[in-house]
Design a protein around this ligand. Structure first.
Ligand code: FES
Length: 154
């Protein structure tokens, strides 16, 4: 199901936990890293490998916004929409990105480069508004910051 390197990584990962199912979050990361998103086959395979039911794995994937169940862009622009960020302009940031990239929330640019998402609290409430780009965090983001960031990623 995975590349041999990722199969080895998953085998090793499972040994870190007292029960296999505890490895579900990092196992899903492996799947997402390999395929760009978590496919239906990934969900079934991980369920089988971790002695879980398919719907249990599906529940985990759909609960956390860091997992994607459909193809996404090379860069996921994740705008925090929770209270502190909302009060300090997150909506304006999201709208700016929508207009700049001509996509809506949950959509990907035609070139496959960017996907815009709204997410819940990123844990940097005192530095709102926050934007996460893949695994990088950007705090106190302005529309000018967004412009520079996107241009730098093109
Ligand atoms: S509310 Fe946005 S980081 Fe917490």
């Amino acid at each position: 199901m995975f590349t041999q390197a990722n199969e080895t990584k998953l085998d090793e990962l499972i040994t870190h936990y007292p029960v296999k199912r505890s490895a579900v979050l990092p196992a899903l990361y492996i799947a997402q890293e390999e395929h760009g998103y978590v496919t239906d086959d990934d969900v079934k395979y991980i369920a089988q490998r971790l002695d879980m039911r398919v719907n249990e794995v599906e529940e985990v994937v759909t609960f956390y916004t860091m997992y994607s169940r459909k193809p996404v862009g090379q860069y996921k622009l994740q705008v925090c929409r929770t209270l502190s960020c909302a009060l300090l302009g997150a909506e304006k940031i999201a709208e700016h990105i929508e207009h700049k990239l001509d996509i809506g929330i949950g959509e990907t640019t035609k070139d496959g480069k960017f996907t815009l998402m709204e997410v819940e609290c990123l844990g940097y409430c005192d530095l709102a508004p926050c934007l996460q780009v893949n695994f990088d965090y950007h705090e106190k983001v302005t529309t000018e910051d967004v412009d520079g960031l996107i241009e730098g990623l093109k």
